[in-house]
Design a protein around this ligand. Structure first.
Ligand code: ADP
Length: 334
């Protein structure tokens, strides 16, 4: 019942939180990351030390925040959450760090978007557990050293390559989260259905899993939308047919491509003849930020084998043309 209460308030984020695995054991898929991270934590526990700093990279919705929470939970330590864009001044970071206790876990989401001075302060904090707080401006400015108790930083970024080398090098453990395969997503859909008390058939779950874009967050979201459909337009049970009809209604295509993915593919083929085209031009064509196209849509299209990165720009593959129901023109780049 307590799991349903937040949803009764219409708070989808609370539902998402309720569906988060709480321990490494509950995490579905990502076996390599899970094993490696498990070892890092176990060793830290044995030594009674805060674990090394951890960098998690990968597209949104693959479990970076979840893993940060699990790290804190498994270490029995409090978790403090912030994000790169929220840290605009070095002083913001100093304030956070000075409030930390020994062993605390600090999670910085979108760590690649932190301001430069804050980033430099972070280098020192990660390595020496100390920062210099600069008071005043100009010739009269003084740096006051501030000791920070040993803590664990968990940074999340959509792509590790976005981080400057010196910052990346200060993480003792880095993990690249990959898109999930259909069988892992199937397990996630079943697990979430159980927690949300949704009744579904194996075929219904499989249909949701295969249209989830390799992403647990999307699997959970689609499950909730299909459940709505099952309750309003059917008898409440998520069958294959119900899932298919609901997902068609929500314009999630059979491979899981959403509006942005399709928009990018469509622009690439129809407007730019299959490329090569620069990512910025492509972003303008679909009316999106370059970062969103590059960090959200592109990785999935690459993973499906629809888009290839070449030195001259992005190009559509024959599979992309086929998916749009078009035939590749003569002289298409691939
Ligand atoms: P990110 O921080 O990478 O954007 P989150 O950690 O917020 O992603 O995960 C989004 C949702 O997906 C969470 O609510 C969680 O329920 C679910 N999720 C993510 N990874 C897993 C996993 N490995 N197993 C089960 N559920 C997961």
């Amino acid at each position: 019942d307590h799991l349903l209460a937040p949803e009764a308030l219409g708070d989808e984020r609370a539902v998402e939180a309720a569906l988060r695995p709480r321990s490494l054991e509950e995490v579905v898929g990502q076996h390599r990351v899970r094993d490696q991270l498990g070892l890092v934590l176990e060793a830290a526990r044995l030594r009674e030390r805060a674990p090394d700093h951890v960098l998690l990279s990968g597209p949104p919705g693959l479990g970076k925040t979840t893993l940060a929470m699990i790290i804190a939970h498994e270490m029995g330590a409090p978790l403090r959450l912030t994000s790169g864009p929220a840290i605009t001044h070095a002083g913001d970071l100093a304030a956070i760090l000075s409030g930390m206790n020994e062993g605390d876990v600090l999670f910085i989401d979108e760590i690649h978007r932190m301001s430069r001075p804050a980033e430099e302060m972070l280098y020192m904090a990660m390595e020496d557990f100390r920062v210099d707080v600069v008071i005043g401006k100009g010739p009269g400015a003084t740096a006051i050293p501030l000791e920070i108790p040993p803590f664990t930083l968990v940074g999340a970024t959509t792509r590790a390559g976005l981080l400057p080398g010196p910052l990346r090098d200060r993480f003792g453990f880095t993990a690249q989260l990959e898109f999930y395969d259909a069988s892992d997503l199937d397990l996630i859909v079943h697990r979430s259905a159980r927690l949300l008390e949704v009744s579904l058939t194996p075929e219904g779950a499989a249909e949701i899993a295969s249209r989830s874009r390799g992403t647990p967050r999307i699997a959970n979201r689609l499950l909730r939308r299909v459940r709505d459909y099952a309750q309003v337009r059917a008898d409440g049970v998520v069958t294959h047919e119900v899932a298919e009809r609901a997902l068609d209604l929500y314009e999630v295509d059979p491979l899981g491509l959403d509006r942005l993915d399709r928009g990018v593919l469509d622009a690439l083929c129809r407007r730019f003849g299959g490329g090569p085209v620069g990512i910025s031009t492509l972003a303008v064509a679909v009316g999106e930020e370059r970062e969103t196209v590059e960090e959200v849509a592109e990785p999935f299209l690459v993973r499906l084998g629809f888009l290839a990165r070449t030195p001259r720009g992005r190009v559509a593959t024959p599979a992309a043309w086929a998916h749009l129901g078009l035939s590749a023109p003569e002289g298409a780049p691939l």
